[in-house]
Design a protein around this ligand. Structure first.
Ligand SMILES: Nc1ncnc2c1ncn2[C@@H]1O[C@H](COP(=O)(O)OP(=O)(O)O)[C@@H](O)[C@H]1O
Ligand SMILES: [Mg+2]
Length: 307
């Protein structure tokens, strides 16, 4: 299989790009793949909050030529391998293990405002060089780390860095938050940007997130250590397990939007209160492989493989 680069993008912020990108990358690594995960949301980086690692050097240092790629890419495989993830607000259970050979390589962006401003200035004055540097970054990661997948978290909208991130991606996932769809803005984004990339060989899909219809998974899925919100009064006693999760259909406007944009929907992920209201971000696929969210992440992986 040829390596694939996948960008999680959106018109607006807060659609779940980072949440899904991190879980998607971790699950791919857990399944035995060589995976890279890059935080190219340089304006509001947040991948690091899922991984309690403090890098010595950041992607910013590579992009402004003050560090080598090998200095800024961190091996995060040990977390996936142990299946124990400290970032969880819940008690971790050592349930999951990586299939032999899976790796997760992480590239974080620096959240300090002066670093963001510095890159933004560089981005506008030498956009071409930055794009060249990003293409090189992708090629180097694919070859040096023998990646199967490069997962890219991006900034929303059409700023220089968002476009650059899309430019190095084979598959563009336009993430929409259900019930908060700016169809005018999204249409403009598709016409102005996605259509061009698609003409040049990229594939694009709509990815609906936080679709209505389900709230908390049953208590069994969260284990005794659940310290999340107490909004667990929705009993799902009929839940029958990961083999047959209930189907959540996108609301009526969503298939229409997909038709209008001429872009297929790859997946519709429900909204889960325990994810939405947790005090700290955590990787559901590692901590709760039986959680229905993990099922949807796996379903997205299958969708991408057959895309
Ligand atoms: N399927 C989901 N169900 C419930 N909450 C979600 C879901 N996906 C994301 N969230 C929550 O939505 C918020 C925004 O998600 P985030 O991934 O940061 O969005 P973005 O990266 O697009 O700005 C976070 O608090 C996250 O935990
Ligand atoms: Mg984000």
């Amino acid at each position: 299989m040829n390596p694939i680069s996948i960008a999680f993008h959106s018109y607006k912020g807060g659609t779940g790009k980072t949440t899904i990108a991190c879980n998607f990358a971790a699950q791919l690594a857990k399944n035995g793949n060589q995976v890279g995960l890059l935080d190219l949301d340089i304006y509001a980086p947040s991948i690091q909050t899922y991984f309690e690692i403090e890098p010595k050097r950041w992607l910013n240092n590579y992009l402004n030529s003050s560090a080598e790629l090998s200095d800024v890419i961190i091996d995060g495989s040990q977390f996936v391998k142990s299946g124990k993830f400290n970032s969880s607000p819940y008690k971790s259970e050592e349930k999951s293990t990586t299939n032999a050979g899976g790796s997760l390589w992480l590239g974080f962006s620096n959240p300090r405002s002066e670093e963001i401003l510095q890159l933004e200035t560089t981005g506008t004055s030498t956009a071409r060089e930055i794009l060249k540097k990003l293409i090189l970054l992708k090629e180097k990661m694919l070859t040096d780390l023998k990646l199967d997948y490069l997962v890219i978290d991006t900034s929303p909208g059409i700023r220089t860095w968002s476009i650059n991130a899309l430019a190095i991606s084979d598959i563009l996932l336009l993430t929409l938050k259900s019930g908060d769809i700016d169809s005018k803005g999204t249409k403009r984004l598709v016409e102005d940007i996605y259509d061009t990339f698609t003409r040049h060989g990229s594939k694009s899909y709509l990815l609906y997130n936080r679709v209505q219809g389900y709230c908390m998974p049953p208590k069994d899925f969260l284990g005794a250590g659940n310290k999340g919100n107490n909004n667990n009064n929705i009993e799902r006693t009929s839940w029958s397990g990961i083999e047959s999760p209930p189907r959540f259909n996108a609301s009526l406007g969503e298939p229409k939007l997909s038709q209008e944009l001429g872009i297929k929907t790859i997946s519709s992920i429900p909204c889960f209160c325990d994810i939405q209201f947790s005090e700290k971000e955590f990787l559901t696929v590692l901590n709760y492989p039986d959680h229905p969210f993990s099922y949807y992440v796996n379903q997205l992986i299958t969708g991408i493989r057959t895309a």
